[in-house]
Structures are given as C-alpha cells and as structure tokens.
Design a protein around this ligand. Structure first.
Ligand code: HEC
Ligand code: HEC
Length: 449
C-alpha cells in the first residue's frame, strides 16, 4: 500500500514538473512569437515603438511646438481640468460652479464619463465613478451640455494629432488638404490658428462646455499668479483668456499616459507582467485577429477613418439626450470633409483602459468587451443607414473560437489597463470645490460634505 502510494506520488510529481517545464518552454516561445509579431506590425519595425513616454518626460511627450510642455503649465492645467469653480458660464443659476472637464472625463472611468453619455452643465449627481449622473430637471433637454457621441478618452490623447471621432480639429497631419471646409463651422475655423488638434479643440471646447477663463474669475479663485508664472511671455492683455487656458488644459492632458499597464512592463522586459492567456490574446491582436490593420499607433489606435457600421447614439434603445438622426456627428469623417466617400467613417480610437466603462464605440452601442469582440469577429453592419457595401474592407470576418475571444478580452482587460490613473488627479483645486463635480448630489456621492 505504502509503496504504491509513493510510486503514484513519484509519477505525479514527475508529471507536474515536466508540465511546468513545458509551460516555461511554451511561455518563452510565446514571448518570442509576440515580440516577432509586434515588430512586424509596428510602424518603424521595432517592438520598442510601442513603449509609451513617462508622464514627466516633458522633452519627449508629443507636443505642439506652439505649446511646449513645462512642469508649471502641466500642474496648472491639472487643477483647471478638475475645477468646477470655472463653471461660470452655466445657462441656469443652479448649474453655476457645478461641473468641470472631468465631469465627462473621469480618471476612475478611464477618463470617459461613467455613463454612456457625458452631462456637464445641467447634470446632477455622480454615483460611483460617475455612473449615476442625470438631468437636473430645471434644464430642458436642449439646454444640457451633452453630445450625441460617447466622449473619447484622455488616456494617451497626446498621441492623437487630429481630435474628435471625425478628426476635425488640428491644422496638421490628416487635416492637411481639408482647409476649404474649415470655415463651414466656427469651431473648425480655429484650425486656421495653426495649432495641433488638442490645442485647437480646447479653444472651442472651453466655450462649448461653458467654462470661463477671465481675469476677474482667476483673481477670485487665486489662479492669476500661476497664469503670470506660466504665461510670463504673453502680453498681459492676452494672458488670462480662453486661449492661454486652453494651452494649459492641453499641456496637462498630453501627460495622461498609461505607461503602467502590464503590456508596457512586458515591452520593457518584464516577461512575467502578463499571463499566458493574455500573451495568447496579444498574439491574436498583433496577428490572426487583424486588429493591427487599424489599431497600430502608439496608443493602439490610429488616425485612419473606417466604417464599422456601429449604431449612432440616437439609435440606442432607451434613447439619449439631444441625439437625433440629422446630427452631422453620425456621418463621421464625412460630416467634416463633406465628401460622400468619407461618410460613416470614424477615427480608430486608442484602446488602453477602455474597459473602465462598458460603453464602446461612438454611439455607445455595444456594452462589454465580450460583445465588442463578438462584433469585431462578425464584421457585420448593424446600422441601417450603413449598408455592408460601405463597411471598411480592412474589417474582415474572423471566425475566432470561444477560447481565442476570451484571450483577446484578457489582453484588453488586463494587459492594456494602467491600474493607477488616479495619479493624474490633483489633490485639490484652488476654488476648493468638490472634484470633479460640485452640485449638491455629487457632493454627497463623492463624500465632500
Ligand atoms: C459634456 C461632456 C464633456 C465635457 C464637459 C468635456 N468633454 Fe471632452 N469630449 C466630449 C465628447 C462627447 C467628445 C467626443 C466628441 C466627438 O468626437 O464628437 C470629447 C472629446 C474630447 C477630446 C478629443 C479626444 C480625441 O481623441 O479626439 C479632447 C482633447 C477633450 N474632449 C478635452 C476636453 C477638455 C479639455 C474639456 C474641458 C474644457 C472637456 N473635454 C470637457 C465630452 C465632454
Ligand atoms: C477596419 C479597422 C479596424 C479593425 C480591423 C479593428 N478595429 Fe477596433 N475600431 C475601429 C474603429 C474605426 C473604431 C471606432 C468605431 C466607431 O465608434 O464608429 C474601433 C473601436 C474599437 C474599440 C472601442 C474603443 C472605444 O473607445 O469605444 C475597441 C476596444 C477596439 N476597436 C478593439 C479592436 C480589436 C480588439 C480588434 C481586433 C479584433 C479591432 N478593434 C479591429 C477600427 C478597427
């Protein structure tokens, strides 16, 4: 009996150790294969291309030459972004001083809103990570600051030269050659100023989001000395404006980088940072699942525009605020360039920390990573306005197995998630307001009272 027991134990332990040895060997092979595939798909042929900048490496983070990054500017922008003291252009008194950029771009929600749509002015409440913001009933639907597209993330936005789902902002890169349509819209007319997308967008964005930058307000909140320090070379009469404000906001958001994601550690040599299944998912991402047909830049998005046929926000069951069929946002790139061949094409977004909220695509039409992967696998339009013939020819049917889909999800869910985005939050803002919202219900939800 005893002998037999020992023999079984011996065989078992041999089996286990040869299994772990196999696993070690397999893991090494998998690492090699992944390294090969990544380099093969990288725009410059190296795996290192995908290593993101450190958030305080102000010399190397992509920036607008007209808006160089400095520590003081980034720190100023970091407070402004979260300070609802600047919310002084609200359309009703009850909205005054209640919202900030971070109402729709919440660090805990992957710098998106907690819900499928962001509501700044005219919204109340926060819930947990922004999931319970709703309409202040004093506001008509048309008075709300909401958009008929899901807010894009700020994570790795510095790598995005032309902002918005349709890429309409910025004078450079993809927008060279689109100059003749800029004057069709007062917002895109700002492209003539010659700045990059982020800076240009924020000149318009501060106004659209009813955020005020004025000398009296900055005096009152205590920001004037900081503006004096950061913008010392700007003449005093131009120093406390939407323009300088935008430059500070922009400098800050360029530093929001997901460089602590496990995939980043793996790229830098820590091969234990990802599990076996995550690596298998990554091999699919950079290989057979063809994700890098479109998602191949540093942020794992790109500046290409493709039609996937996903639904627009007005088509959501249950509806959305201020979303309607004739909104030019539904046309994607075509709504900006006015070229028919650009209709229904949307920018390929970056995908780090994308699962901090479950709402995917410009119309927030798909919920959960599992359903997203199913959509990518099927490659069939679900928007009645977008026939299959208009779907991007780089969007192919994949026929992935359930196991492959699960591994892809694991790669996106774990390897591409920086677990510490809250480091980009300020400890406090000069107005002393509750971060990021300051309405009564949010203050309760956020524990500010
Ligand atoms: C009411 C919600 C809301 C508020 C408040 C808000 N945003 Fe946004 N943001 C959005 C939406 C929606 C989009 C995508 C719009 C589109 O593409 O049609 C977006 C997109 C962006 C983008 C483009 C990202 C990219 O990859 O193209 C930047 C940059 C940005 N916002 C910065 C800001 C700043 C700075 C503020 C404060 C001044 C701000 N946002 C306030 C909703 C909001
Ligand atoms: C033909 C180009 C193309 C291919 C191939 C492609 N994508 Fe996308 N992806 C896009 C575009 C374009 C969007 C935005 C579509 C929209 O909202 O209208 C997107 C959106 C996403 C999003 C949602 C991001 C967000 O903020 O909502 C994720 C995640 C994503 N893709 C992952 C993948 C994965 C994983 C693969 C491979 C299985 C893949 N994509 C293949 C073009 C592509």
């Amino acid at each position: 009996m005893k002998l037999r027991g020992l023999a079984v134990l011996l065989v078992l332990s041999l089996l286990v150790s040869s299994c772990t040895q196999d696993r070690v060997l397999l893991t090494a092979q998998l690492d090699n294969r992944l390294e090969f595939l990544i380099s093969q798909n990288s725009p410059d042929g190296t795996m290192e291309y995908y290593i993101l900048d450190q958030e305080d490496d102000y010399a190397n983070i992509p920036q607008d030459p007209k808006n160089p990054l400095t520590a003081a500017k980034v720190e100023l922008g970091k407070m402004l972004f979260f300070d609802s003291g600047l919310a002084q252009d609200a359309v009703k008194n009850s909205g005054l001083g209640t919202y900030s950029c971070a109402t729709c771009h919440i660090p805990e929600a992957g710098f998106k809103p907690g819900g499928f749509q962001g509501i700044a002015d005219g919204g109340i409440g926060y819930g947990i990570d922004g999931d319970n913001r709703r309409r202040n009933t004093e506001y008509e639907e048309s008075e709300l600051d909401v958009q008929s597209a899901r807010p894009l993330t700020m994570v790795n936005v510095g790598y995005v030269t032309n902002t918005f789902w349709n890429g309409q902002f910025g004078a450079t890169e993809e927008n060279v050659g689109t100059e003749d349509v800029w004057d069709n819209d007062p917002a895109t007319a700002r492209n003539h100023l010659g700045f990059e997308g982020i800076e240009t967008q924020n000149f318009a964005g501060l106004i659209d989001h009813r955020i005020q930058i004025s000398k009296p307000l900055l005096d009152q909140l205590g920001y004037t000395p900081l503006f004096d320090e950061v913008f010392a070379d700007v003449p005093v009469e131009d120093r406390y404006t939407t323009m300088t404000g935008s430059l500070a906001f922009s400098a800050y958001i360029r530093t929001i980088i997901s460089n602590r994601a496990p995939f980043q550690d793996w790229l830098k040599g820590d091969k234990e940072a990802m599990t076996f299944e995550e690596k298998e998912g990554a091999v699919l991402f950079f290989g057979k699942a063809l994700c890098t047909n479109c998602h191949y830049k540093k942020n794992l998005g790109s500046l290409e525009f493709h039609a996937l046929g996903v639904k627009d926000m007005y088509q959501r069951s249950g509806g959305a605020f201020d979303a309607f069929p004739t909104d030019k946002r539904n046309l994607g790139r075509g709504g900006f360039t006015l070229k028919e061949e650009d209709n229904f094409k949307f920018k390929v977004p970056g995908i780090y920390n994308s699962e901090e909220t479950p709402f995917f695509f410009h119309g927030a039409s798909v919920e959960g990573l599992e359903d997203l992967i199913d959509y990518k696998d099927l490659a069939q339009t679900e928007n009645p306005n977008v026939p299959q013939s208009l779907i991007s020819d780089k969007f192919e049917v994949l026929n992935l197995t359930d196991e492959e889909k699960a591994n892809l999800v694991k790669f996106l869910r774990y390897s591409l998630t920086d677990p510490d985005l809250v480091r980009y939050k300020p400890d406090a803002v000069l107005s002393g307001a509750c971060i990021p919202n300051n309405d009564e219900q949010s203050r309760i939800d956020l524990g500010c009272n």
